[in-house]
Design a protein around this ligand. Structure first.
Ligand code: S3P
Length: 429
């Protein structure tokens, strides 16, 4: 990345990753043909798509974001031949664990080097309580094996951590359990599973932190319009906020209230962000977002915003590095078990760029300053790689990011889109 650059114009970032996964999962077990538009053609969502193809579901596409899923009904999945490989995708492994726990066949799911280090006991434990037979490798790590032919019973599960993946896993297992499955979360997390289940005609009751559903029902096929992913938009929201003269409009972005922490946090830092054209598309709120440059200031990030911005912290750390004064993050220990240890990896990278960034057990303390040129390692974490790319907008010399292969998991056209808006990115094989 050459230092400096501009951020001007209009863009639509790719489809929401969380919704893309769920559209395939629910479409596959629904009755009838589900069509999806705006599907994210990134490796993670494709891992989910390939998993269902391997279980006998006919899926057409993706072609220009359109996918057609010929649902096999709640009991129509077939045993895959061999293991299911889900690559880098924690969402695939954890949500599929719930969906597959009540099937008649055995399944083993494996992942790449990063996923193979991530905790799966958090889904194995509630599933076992429901009567599933779940095997993991040492320390609750993948591979994850589910033994078929068990009869599941509904549970009332109080989540020990704020995790939409764990909540969704339990609710999806609940579709196949006898009785009413309930989840209670310690803080609001993304509710796309609850909304989309309802879109498929499945009754889900939500009352504050509690979500519940009755097992044994059926899903009916539907059309799904996936909005642009706010987590991908976040890179450009920060890019525009830190680049003098920037004026950027991001179109058709999902602004579900459980996902808007990045907007709230940037605004609290003094960001100039206008949300307009608000509308609802398929049960999810969507808007256009205009971001102009503003001098940011450091803040203490409110802990209630942490789950609402959980994937956006790497790039928010870059915003903090460009802000005047100190930014303090607490209550974010979950960042240590993402695609990389995002607290440590970001702190190391920012320090290499001349910024004071001190990791703490559950967060970081960042002092705004001048970003210098550096070579930094993204540890094959897509969001870290893109965050370091954004940092180059304010660097005094080139920034070289290593280990960028996984950008394609969530944002395959990042380089083209960023270049089109005025960033100076060069990709070396
Ligand atoms: C996701 C939930 C979050 C998020 C991940 C996607 C989902 O994970 O970080 O990128 O689609 O449910 P956790 O549930 O581990 O917080």
């Amino acid at each position: 990345m050459q230092p400096g650059g501009q951020i001007r114009g209009k863009a639509r970032v790719p489809g929401d990753k969380s919704m893309s996964h769920r559209s395939i999962m629910l479409g596959s077990i629904a009755d009838g043909v589900t069509t999806v538009d705006g599907f994210l053609e990134g490796e993670d969502a494709l891992s989910t798509l390939n998993a269902f193809r391997a279980m006998g579901v006919e899926i057409e596409g993706p072609e220009n974001g359109r996918v057609v899923i010929h649902g096999v009904g709640r009991d129509g999945l077939k045993a895959p031949v061999g293991d299911i490989y889900v690559g880098n995708s924690g969402t695939s492994m954890r949500l599929l664990a719930g969906l597959l726990a009540g099937q008649q066949f055995d399944v083993t799911m494996t992942g790449d080097v990063s996923l193979s280090k991530r905790p799966m006991e958090r889904v194995a434990a509630p599933l076992r309580e429901m009567g599933a037979v779940v095997e993991t490798a040492e320390g609750g790590r993948p591979p994850l094996t589910l033994r078929g032919g068990q009869s599941l019973k509904a549970i009332d599960y109080v989540l020990p951590m704020a995790s939409a993946q764990v909540k969704s896993c339990v609710l999806l297992a609940g579709l196949y359990a006898e009785g009413e499955t309930r989840t209670t979360e310690p803080a609001p997390t993304r509710d796309h599973s609850e909304r989309m289940l309802r879109g498929f005609g499945y009754k889900v009751d939500v009352d504050g932190p509690v979500a519940k559903l009755q097992g044994g029902g059926r899903l009916s096929a539907v059309h799904i319009d996936v909005p642009a992913d706010i987590s991908s938009a976040a890179f450009f929201m920060v890019a525009a906020s830190i680049t003098p003269n920037a004026d950027l409009t991001l179109e058709h972005v999902g602004i579900n209230p459980t996902r808007v922490g990045v907007i709230n946090i940037l605004r609290a830092m003094g960001g100039d962000i206008t949300v307009f054209n608000e509308r609802e598309v398929g049960g999810e709120p969507v808007a256009d977002i205009r971001i102009c440059y503003a001098q940011l200031k450091g803040i203490n990030i409110p802990e209630d915003q942490v789950p609402l911005a959980i994937d956006e912290f790497p790039v928010l750390f870059v915003a903090a590095a460009c802000a005047e004064g100190q930014t303090v993050l607490t209550g974010a220990e979950e960042l240590r078990v993402k695609e990389s240890d995002r607290i440590q990896v970001m702190a190391d990278g920012l320090q290499a760029m001349g910024i004071s960034a001190e990791p703490t057990v559950d967060g970081v303390v960042i002092q705004g300053g001048q970003i210098t040129g550096a070579t930094v390692d993204s540890h094959h974490d897509h969001r870290i790689a893109m965050s370091f790319a954004v940092a180059s907008l304010r660097a005094t010399a080139p920034i070289k990011v290593t280990g960028c292969d996984n950008v394609a998991t969530s944002f395959p056209n990042f380089v083209a889109l960023a270049s089109g808006l005025g960033m100076n990115i060069e990709v070396q094989a």
